[in-house]
Design a protein around this ligand. Sequence first.
Ligand code: MV4
Length: 516
Amino acid sequence: MLKRVLLANRGEIALRVQRTCRELGIETVAVYSDADRNALHVRNADAAVHIGPGPATESYLVIEKIIDAAKQTGADAIHPGYGFLSENAAFADACEEAGIIFIGPPASAMQALGDKISARKLMEEAGVPVVPGANDIDADDVATATKEAERIGLPLLVKAAAGGGGRGIRLVESMDELETAMRASGREAETSFGNATIFLEKYVEPARHIEVQLIADNHGNVRTYGERECSVQRRHQKLLEEAPSVAVTPEIRAQLCEAAANVAKSAGYRNAGTVEFLMDASGTFYFLEMNARLQVEHPVTELVYGVDLVAQQLAVAAGEAFEDGDESPQPVGWSIECRINGENPFHNFAPSLGVVEHVEAPLGPGTRFDSMLFDGLDVPIFYDSMLGKLIVWAETRDDAVKRMRRALNDLVIAGIQTNIPFHLALLDHPDFISGEISTSWLESHFKMPEMPADDPRQRDALVVAALAAEMARANGHDAVASAPISGWQRSSRATAVHLRTRDGGLRGWHRGIASS
Ligand code: MV4
């Protein structure tokens, strides 16, 4: 078993991993940037190491700083969370070189899957269905690309081999658009990833984004935990996820899980991972890509399968084998997750930053809130806008929707704007209720209602936001000074020591060593 795990991440996912570690008696080490000096993941850890300024490129993304922090605190393993270094093969290698267990797949599997063309070829060999397409396209050879496009048929997508998160993708609806799309995709990929290699795929539309959770131990066993439905997206950002999917029958689930297990086996995969599929209206599915990390939306799987995926990650990272071999369990009930973002849904989802004056997490049956929020948090500008995830479980989808509406109305976040009104509108949309959604549904069929002029929630939020702005001005815009001391009291933390700011002032309570 692991003794001390360093969390190479921040926010809700660092807290999520810490919680399981504490349950298992594993010590945790936090790393933090200047902007996260006051963050909950720092206060909640047994030890914390300061790793630099707010921008992630100078802190959470610096491999040497993370490895040094692990050595300095005697951590025997590193959990990368999602984003940041989680799918960075050089980081996995650096951990291995330092004799530290990387809680994730081997660098070789990351590399094989990170290149979308190599992943497609691997899957074709393994007999996993991939979207009809062309793998080896020379960006300057439009004549060959045109022949391949005629074979594949239109519409098609030009994609970047190094792509991800929707970057480098171009839609081609008529042949005369092909050359422009190839150039645009290659250019964007070169700028974003330093690799202009492109490939072609038939455009599957309408399609659902269905993904399969799996976890592989170091002894050749792969466990699959069914599917998540992630079709509700805006600009390649998932907003709501559920498990299971209304479109997946037990027969399709068995096929999806078998294909996902084959993906993992053919890539030499280990630890938790997710295989993304596109599924058309007939239930035909195609491999899209594999995400070599624990994902944001993993809780919906945890709730319908009754498992702790982080506990399983820690166990397999320590070398434990699955006792029951390849057995894949079935989902029970229904789970929905809403991503709660600091943004204004009434103004085109513009980011909303500032001090969270007050937060009340929803409680009650089947309700979970994984979040970094606390009263007085000054949401940093350096990271993404996700403040937390509201997750519910109920026996049926209908009950889960009702429970989510209740929980969203119970959730109070005062001081900044959030997308809670968006989620409430989404849950009332007839297409969502009937489950008739696809990856393009939100952007083509959903329209955010106008902000009701007399909505007391909105009115209160505006008043609190104005007061918060006034307080921030009075405090000279100092993010640290604007955090009220009352949010710091954690009387249960027997091993607390004082955390001091740069000017030596007392800022609150902190477990273990604070190093900076
Ligand atoms: C596709 C597709 C349709 N056909 N590939 C977008 C991000 C990247 N992971 C793959 N993406 C897509 N690839 C083919 N051949 C539609 C999308 C897509 C999408 C996929 C999953 C979730 C949301 C999406 C939103 C728009 C497009």
